[in-house]
Design a protein around this ligand. Structure first.
Ligand code: NZQ
Ligand code: ZN
Length: 388
């Protein structure tokens, strides 16, 4: 473990079947006017909306509604949320939903008192907030992004077809998050598996990088095994609380800054997937699954020893009589088999991408340099083409 780092996580978590009641402990810490942020209505169908509103009222809060946060929240929705917050001088932002609601709440929180255009400042220019930040809390209904315990916030501009993430600092991370695995039960299966693959991908992004012997990689392997194990239980029985709770907890630890400590990280699957998302508005986890195997097959020769370790440690591939390449490829084959069992998208065409989009998707793919190979734009195009 050769890197230098500091570590602290600013988010307090309440986990488990009766975690919602802890709103009674948290809400009194913040001001009177609460912007209640939620999506397209799933929380009204499953009853969570009524429970949260009752708790807000019991704590004498003035509720300002901000509904309709779409999956892959747009810049126009962000402007709308900022206006709602300003018009009502809100003191606190409570996101009740998946990663989209939580990401969006963070974007609103840094924009209310910001004079500049938030899309340009935070997403295009990647600048840090210099204004007052309105605190955020989260009641999570979909596991995957890790947004409940990180500073990540991804916003999509449908006009320029750019989907860009900004990882804000501790002061933007949720002050608290409530994680009740039971709230995941009403998720459609497609969303459940997309979230599961998002978790797995977050771990891989931080695993496939670096050469040193690093505790973080052992943690990553343990998390990957737990995700695979629980996913197979959950697709058979989505209401298996034990499996869903393990998936929820793994999602949080997959991307709450822990696994990135002391090592370089890759994130190219996310860069490719995000650009596919900018063009297709497809579900985040599916964009990742569609590009993963073509990308990993492409970089395998440059990170052979790690891919070999992935095969033996995560998938139990046996080594005897095989070359390192064979072992590493068997690991990717095992990954592919698991992805098929889950019913994940394996090509970008399944998500609506077409050959004529390849140049634009490649253009919108940010190239990072933390992985085993720094891609050229031609590499990106060839990876995307092999995912059609
Ligand atoms: O809008 P509603 O009606 O709530 O429906 C949502 C939405 O249609 C539904 N859903 C959520 N919880 C449900 C439910 N349906 C029934 N029962 C429930 N309990 O699921 C759909 C997807 O929700 P969404 O919040 O969009 O999914 P997810 O949690 O995957 O978030 C995706 C967004 O997060 C970003 C993605 O790019 C995408 O914009 N990410 C954020 C990250 C971060 N903060 O660090 C990292 C990730 O890599 C990712 O990029
Ligand atoms: Zn992700």
């Amino acid at each position: 473990m050769l890197g230098n780092f500091s570590y602290q996580n600013a988010t307090k978590l309440y986990f488990g079947d009766n975690s919602l009641q802890y709103l009674n402990e948290e809400l009194p810490k913040y001001g009177k006017t609460v912007q209640l942020i939620y999506g397209g209505g799933s929380i009204k169908k499953n009853g969570l909306y009524d429970e949260v509103v009752a708790l807000l009222k019991a704590n004498n809060k003035v509720i300002v509604e901000d509904a309709g946060v779409m999956p892959n929240p747009t810049v126009d929705k962000l402007y709308e949320g900022v206006k709602i917050a300003r018009d009502n001088q809100v003191d606190f932002l409570l996101a009740v939903g998946g990663g989209s609601c939580c990401d969006y709440a963070k974007a609103v929180s840094v924009s209310i008192y910001c004079d500049e255009d938030p899309w340009e400042k935070y997403y295009l220019r990647g600048e840090e907030p210099t204004c007052k930040i309105v605190p955020v809390g989260c009641v999570l209904t979909m596991s995957g992004t890790g947004s409940e315990m990180n500073g990540g916030s991804v916003i999509t501009n449908p006009v320029s077809k750019l989907k860009i993430g900004h990882v804000f600092g501790e002061d933007v991370m949720p002050k608290f998050s409530i994680l009740n695995p039971r709230y995941n039960f009403s998720l459609p299966k497609r969303q459940m598996v997309a979230g599961i693959y998002d978790i797995f991908s977050h771990i891989c992004e931080q695993y496939f990088s670096g050469e040193d012997d690093n505790t973080t990689d052992y943690l990553a392997e343990a998390l990957m095994k737990s995700v695979v194990h629980s996913s197979l239980v959950a697709i058979e029985n989505p209401e298996d609380y034990e499996a869903r709770s393990n998936i929820m907890w793994s999602a949080t630890w997959a991307l709450n800054t822990l696994l990135a400590k002391g090592k370089t990280t890759d994130w190219m699957v996310h860069m490719l997937g995000q650009s596919v998302g900018g063009f297709t508005d497809a579900t985040h986890g599916m964009t990742l699954s569609a590009v993963s195997l073509p990308y990993y097959r492409f970089i395998l020769p440059y990170g052979l020893s790690k891919f070999k370790r992935f095969a033996t440690e995560v998938w139990g591939v046996r080594e005897e009589g095989k070359t390192d390449e064979q072992i590493a490829n068997e690991g990717l084959k095992a990954l592919e088999n698991w992805m098929k069992q889950l019913g994940l998208a394996l090509t970008i065409s399944e998500l609506g991408a077409t050959e004529d989009m390849i140049d634009g998707i490649a253009e919108g793919t940010f190239i990072l340099d933390g992985g085993y190979k720094v891609l050229t734009k031609e590499d990106v195009k060839s990876i995307l083409k092999s995912s059609l």
